[in-house]
Structure formats: C-alpha cells, structure tokens
Design a protein around this ligand. Sequence first.
Ligand SMILES: [Zn+2]
Length: 217
Amino acid sequence: MRSTPSATPLHEDQPSSRHASERGAFRLVLRALVASAALSLLTFTGTAGTSFAQSLRGSSRAVHKPFHYATIHDLPFSRTSRDVKRRLHEGYLVKLGASPDYVTHDVSFPYVTRTTLTFVRRLAAQYHRGCGEKLVITSAVRPESMQPANSSEYSVHPAGIAVDFRKPRNSKCLRWLRRNLLIIEKRGDIEATEEHHPAHFHVVVIPESYKEYLASR
Ligand SMILES: [Zn+2]
C-alpha cells in the first residue's frame, strides 16, 4: 500500500492504467491516512498561502497538489453520471450556462462548482475584453467512470473544480491567456498547466485561495 502517490505523471492527462474504481479506493486509503495523521500536512503547509507551481509547464506537483487538496478537504468526487446529476440537484455543482464571454465545445457535463464558475466568468470577461474572442471551454466536471483513457489517476475533474480551455489559435489571445493564468497561479488561486496532446489549458481553481482573493477585493 502506498502512503503517498509515487507515480509522477508530468501532465494531468497522462496515460493511466488505473481503473476508475481503483481511484476511488485509493482516495479512501488516502483519506484514512490523512485522518490518522499518517500523511504529514507539512506537504501542504509548505506552500500555504503561496502558489502551488511557478509555471504553466506540467509537473508532478501540479498534478498531485490539487488532488491532495481535494482529498484533504474531502471534496466530493463524482464516480458516475448519476453522481453528477445528484450534485447538480443538490447545488454543489452548477451549470456553466450561456455567457457573452465564453462557449462550451463538446462538453458532456457542463457543470462545475460555484467557485470555479465565478472564476470562469471573471476570467472569460477579462479575456473577451483583452483579446476580443470568447474563451472556449472544452471540459468541466467528468465522472470517474467516464474519464478519457489518457486521464491521470489524480485528476480532479471528477470533483468539479477543474476546467479545460482550448488553446487559442490567435497569438494575441494565446499570449493573454498564458500571461494571465500565470499571474493568477502565482497568486495561489489556481493551478494551471498547458497541455499539448490535445492542446489545451488545464486549470484547477483552489477554492479557499480564490474565495479569499474575492473577499479581499
Ligand atoms: Zn483538464
């Protein structure tokens, strides 16, 4: 039994042979370890209040930190599409819905947590003003049973706190998005990774940090 993730996928969407049900089992083990203090919180306090990462390049830390965060804070991971519907009904997840500033493209489950929705709305409005295009969202919550084959076992898409943005073809928009995601990441509110296969930006909103930022404004 592993006490901490030892595999180090460089990107959130790296191939994984672990079955969805095993992911759930692993999280249960991790939760138990956390509850018994077998997993040191020092791992997290070392970055408390600061950024999880310093660039948009993928790293094992960029993948594991959000997963650890979600596990420590006991965020509900949706295992099936039924779980997603239930959490939508309960209000934990909300619809991305229509917006003058973003569109969804081929998103099977266009739902995220409220905090992530706030982040998406604000970023998309700024992006639209900044470069003249709408932000394109290509993924939101994904049940564990329906994660793509190349998904990481540590993905937090099932928890509804992650979204994927299509990589802009327009160079001005691409520069805008890279620059601003990095600024927000350095503030500690998101964990963002530029993925290449397929080309997109994977962004995890860190709920506590982002809520603190909003409250301070
Ligand atoms: Zn993603």
